[in-house]
Design a protein around this ligand. Sequence first.
Ligand code: DGY
Length: 325
Amino acid sequence: MPKPILLLTRRLPEAIEARAARDYDARLNSADAPWYRDGAEIARRAAEVGAAGILCAAGDPMGAATIAALPDSVKIVATFSVGTDHIDVASAKARGITVANTPEVLSFATAETAFTLMLMAARRAGEGERMVRAGKWDGWAPTQLMGVTLEGKRLGIAGFGRIGRELAAMARGFRMEIHYRDLRRAPPELEQGATFHDDDRDFLSSIDVLSMHMPGGEATRKWLNPERLSWMPKGALVINTGRGGSVDDAALVAALTSGHIRAAGLDVYDGEPKVFPGYLGLENVALLPHLGSATIETRDAMGRRALDNVDAVLLHGSAAPDGVG
Ligand code: DGY
């Protein structure tokens, strides 16, 4: 029996590419050639090789047009990400194509990134680093680059899923008070004493630090808009490691410029890899290049999880363990 053909859109960690090549007729993109940015090209390549599966990644344009253009040979689209906002899951389902993601394994790493940004924003770490590198640091001074502490502050987690709850666990170590906003209240064993808010205004006016962990897509588009920003206390911090589209960038830049928002930390951007130009000149925003899950351990675990999903469908004829939709 020939091995099923698996098209990988992106370069993946070595052990993952090796496993894919062992179990499949794998068509790797080890050079990370940027054809993955073009949905029509992904579909063309899938048709050219007769792919049974596609292993794609966050940001690959797997919208309705790409899904419609895929050859009938494709049975699964497995994404190397927990987010599935780049895939038209309904269109895939209508064509009988399984969509699967990689939940759980990246929760801690992504929460670490959110915490990194919280500290960078609170303690002005980016500004300090730029000052030292530019040779502009002329010595310790009692009033230099004073930030704010996280200790005792009210952390508001928007989206209390696995990542949000990992962040809550870390923040308890910093003696922060945890608040959260979600569609529904979590059970007590997950809530662990955190305060649930069923209203955005009540939530945003009760916190000092907002950390956003919301899924992307139309439902959350520009959620953090001028009105919601105005509900936050003056001097609050904004962190986003979810999806860039959830923030109205012009509104956040205005709030950072006026000082209503003291500082922000962003790992994700609307229309990545573009970054809203207004951020680039601001000292009080820390900008990371979508590093959320970027640890060696996590990226290996994501790859294993993605291949487990592909194996289920293409090798074992069973349902993908992390099927979505
Ligand atoms: C995801 O998995 O959705 C991330 O954004 C990529 O780390």
